[in-house]
Design a protein. Sequence first.
Length: 288
Amino acid sequence: MTAAMLTPSVISDAVTRALAEDLPWGDATVAATIPPDTPFQATLAAREPGCFAGGAVFTETFRQVDPTVVVSELVADGTAFCTGDVLATVTGPAAGILTAERVALNFVQRLSGIATLTSQYVAAVATTGAHARIADTRKTTPGLRALEKHAVVAGGGVNHRFSLSDAIMLKDNHLAALGATSGPELTAAIKRVKASTGHTTAIIVEVDQIEQVEPVLAAGVTGILLDNFTLDQLRAGVELVTGQCTVEASGGVRLDTVAEIAQTGVDIISVGALTHGAAALDLGLDAA
């Protein structure tokens, strides 16, 4: 889904907005100090290990400031790197490079931080041999969702729904508003929802009690989300579902708990922290 959402226009718009914020009427420092014809070359270097993401938006930032700036030797998104590795070379007029530097770094540091954290969750699951996949959520920076969800994929994760328009997801407050949180009333409410929508629309239901699983399954759903379940409850939920739909675990997932969660047999583990809790990676743009 993200590949379709992360279009050139989305990238261009994100950069345009960021540059308008950072230099509303130009770069006062560069204008006062750097002659227009001054050549410059810099390298994007890693100051800590990680997983790279954001190459397209990094390049677009320099292009918008000065189209003559050339970004070369750029590593592919999803590339793992070590401290000291050179991730790209930037060559061209010093004025353009110095003006674009901060915005370009802000993007690539943020997105590489997300990719790196995602890769750590993916690696933790991989050590168990479990089949669970790590997914993001809609807990993204407003206006940057396509970029941040792309970074999750670069780190080896998968995307949950991109927006509220992509699937029906009945959460606890939806069920409470419908007055149907358990038993036959819950089954009937979900069936009414199914009858009111097209057959291609996914329907996912969040439950926070094991007793809700069977009424949800009776309605014939695409997926069931087990929210804040204990490990024993997750195992019981997976056993109840027995392949009838996708089983997702969410709520309070951490790096030190994700492996145990994966071993319960769930299909998806959604982690809001991938986007709302990732620290920006330490990358630097230094004169070559």
